[in-house]
Design a binder for this molecule. Structure first.
Ligand code: MOS
Length: 694
């Protein structure tokens, strides 16, 4: 076989981020960096109590203060699906940190200073912020996100567990977590007649324009959202957040453009978090490790304002075969901010419990944990029999084990000591659904074969802008330098959000489709490209959203090696490896970056990250990066990712399954399992702090 050499820049080549030079030279513009004339500044005033009623407010006056908005004087907004966007509309306080007022002033310092001086009159009530699995308010939601049944069951789990040769019945707890993107949520808002322009840090300009338009009773076309560069989001910028509404409202009231950059501390209450979970997993198996029962029952929280039901146990519906099975979700409505999406919402916390419980079952059976997983590999979707479009989970386990060096691993824990360290290894599965969402792209080519791609996609740091260049260059057969990609603007052809690991699948498909149409036109062209150029548009179609995702998933396996200090319990992750099967990889450089980024976040979830709610004040105790710990370089000693060639054009014509989230799914469990293997200690509540090992 001869391989044709791949053209530089084509799909599958490791192109460096197109906007990299702009970012490292500080010339890439973020939401509050756009030069706007006569701009003024806003600062939020947040509730100091977790539950109550705001009965009065006294605002300091000063030369530079333009106004202090609160529910007593704020303009009325239209009702929208997300009550968190109904800012300054009601005296009711639903959580500590809720925005109760907004000071607008000529300078940032004046706004902040005046905000500190605002006096609030509040009728405070008792609050309840702590999740317990015996909480009296627990209830079953009708659906879990985005629209899955809350509970599923088949066969007879209880009978199967009674009859099983070996069982595991364990409860795992994961804490609340916060997304903490590098760039905090921020908006510059200005009104031009009846049109609203928002320079806003978000994961979907089209979606944010529609949401903001509804809040202000405008048409979507009256709101222009620009998000050219975005410093991360991890889900917390996937929908309009209160900062966008507040900035727009303030700009309308004072008649000047308004900048509102949330301080890091405000992110902990204002833009969402990952719900804490309490997860009971019960497994039953025959003596040779064939699962007969799987039950995964989840308790989690939501807010008083909005039912956000994380789909934590849904992942268990796809992983392993067993004739008797159940999954369930229960929620407690607490006096807390509304939880929202955070990288692999559902899958990430759900796989902690499932994949640690599977590891516990392997230990109880005296079986290798990889072998146990292979023995329970399903032929079809375990719950409904849908065939998998492609599933290379077993290959990932086997290939990953070979690359990681699994075969010399002692079966028993606490076997390997190197100086002051106990050393162990662990494994866990990974999976994430392959999704596509409606998107449209327009592509134009001129007589000099310069190509302009337009799609309201957004690059939140993933490399999506770069891979869209590659798709266009590849399909049209032009050099990468000939391609210009315009994204990050709601005035471009409408596109889906950078969420659900669906960006390349959705926007890539739209760009691919438009380029193919254009190529077809060029083939039939007699004579040169007209001076006006040629263009084509492609829409992934309105029915894509309803297309069944059943059977369509990316898979992978995570492997960890840890060292645990025998005296202090300090955990170091010496190696972390991910082996994936994710369909086609458009750019190995940016893909690897997504994988190891997800895995690093998984490391944080296993060992460092924990948002603590204080029962007395109802506040997050740790609300900055000094006290909310994310992994630093020194915490990541060796990390790598690999993927196998997988072709699956049924997921979308590009054959990409999505890579943004799978790295955080299962990697925390691999680390927790490795800690057990090193020490013999099972820690079932994350993060695994050293005090839990002593
Ligand atoms: Mo992701 S949590 O779907 O932005």
């Amino acid at each position: 076989m001869t391989l044709s050499p791949t053209r530089p820049g084509a799909i599958g080549t490791p192109v460096a981020r197109i906007e990299g030079p702009l970012k490292v030279t500080g010339t890439a513009r973020y939401a509050v960096e756009y030069p706007v004339e006569n701009v003024v500044y806003a600062w939020v005033v947040q509730s100091p109590v977790a539950r109550g009623t705001l009965t009065g407010l006294e605002a300091p006056e000063g030369d530079d203060v333009l106004t202090t908005l609160w529910h007593g004087n704020a303009p009325t907004l239209s009702e929208v699906d997300d009550p968190e966007l109904a800012v300054l509309q009601s005296p009711t306080i639903s959580y500590r940190g809720q925005v109760v007022a907004l000071v607008v002033a000529k300078t940032l310092e004046a706004a902040r200073g005046a905000a500190l001086g605002v006096e609030l009159e509040i009728a405070q009530e008792e609050h309840d912020v702590l999740l317990r699995d015996d909480h009296p308010g627990l209830y079953t939601p009708e659906k879990v996100n985005p629209a899955f049944p809350s509970d599923t069951s088949s066969g007879d789990v209880e009978a199967a567990l009674t009859d099983a040769a070996t069982t595991v019945d364990v409860t795992y707890e994961t804490p609340a977590l916060h997304n903490n993107p590098m760039e905090p949520h921020a908006t510059t808002a200005l009104w031009v007649d009846d049109e609203l322009v928002l320079y806003d840090s978000n994961q979907g300009p089209s979606a944010i324009a529609s949401q903001v338009a509804k809040v202000f009773g405008l048409k979507s076309s009256q709101v222009h959202v620009v998000a050219e560069h975005v410093g991360g989001g991890f889900g917390s910028k996937g929908s309009a957040r209160p900062n966008a509404i507040l900035a727009a409202m303030a700009a309308r009231v004072v008649g000047y453009p308004v900048r509102l950059a949330l301080p890091r501390q405000a992110l902990f209450t204002m833009v969402g978090h990952r719900t804490p979970t309490i997860q009971r997993v019960r497994l039953g198996a025959t003596a040779d490790g064939v699962l007969t029962a799987i039950a995964h029952d989840v308790v989690e929280h939501t807010s008083q304002l909005f039912e956000f039901a994380e789909q934590t146990a849904v992942v268990t519906r796809h992983m392993y075969a067993a004739p008797n099975r159940r999954t369930s979700h229960q929620l407690a409505r607490l006096d807390v901010p509304t939880p929202r999406w955070m990288r692999a919402p559902g899958e990430a916390p759900g796989m902690v419990a499932l994949e640690c419980a599977v590891d516990e079952l392997a230990a109880a059976l005296g079986l290798d944990p990889i072998e146990l997983r292979i023995r329970n590999e399903p032929d079809v979707e375990p719950e409904d029999g849908t065939p998998f479009s492609s599933r290379h989970y077993v290959e990932c386990l086997r290939l990953g084990a070979a690359r990681f060096g699994w075969d010399t691993r002692p079966r028993q824990p606490r076997q390997r000591r190197e100086g002051r360290w106990w050393v162990g290894t662990g494994v866990a599965g990974a999976t994430y659904p392959s999704m596509v969402m409606p998107s449209r792209a327009t592509v134009r080519i001129d007589a000099s074969r310069n190509v302009l791609v337009e799609v309201a996609a957004v690059d939140i740091g993933t490399g999506s802008r770069t891979v869209l260049h590659q798709v266009a260059a590849d399909v049209l057969g032009v050099p990468l330098e000939n391609v210009t990609v315009r994204i990050g603007d709601s005035s471009l052809p409408r596109a889906s959000i950078a969420g659900g690991s669906s960006g390349s699948a959705s926007w890539g498909w739209a760009v691919d489709g438009a380029c193919r149409k254009l190529r077809e036109e060029l083939t039939h062209l007699t004579g040169p490209v007209p001076s006006s150029g040629l263009s084509a548009s492609f829409d992934t179609g309105p029915d894509v959203r309803s297309r069944e995702n059943a059977g369509k998933h990316a898979f992978g396996a995570h492997f960890a090696e840890v060292r645990v200090d025998a005296d202090t319990g300090e955990v170091r992750v010496s190696r972390l490896f991910g082996q994936y099967a994710v369909g086609r990889v458009l750019n190995p450089r940016t893909a690897r970056s997504q994988f190891i980024g997800g895995m690093t976040m998984g490391l944080g979830m296993a060992l460092h990250e924990e948002s603590v709610l204080d029962a007395a004040t109802g506040d997050w105790v740790n609300h900055d990066l000094a006290e909310y710990h994310v992994p630093a370089h020194a915490d990541v000693e060796w990390i790598d990712a690999a993927w196998l060639d997988e072709e699956d054009s049924s997921v979308n014509p590009l054959g990409v399954k999505g890579i943004g989230e799978i790295g955080i799914v299962g990697s925390p469990a691999a680390i927790v399992n490795a800690i057990w293997h090193a020490t013999g200690v099972r820690v079932r509540n994350l993060p695994v702090r050293l005090d839990k090992l002593l």
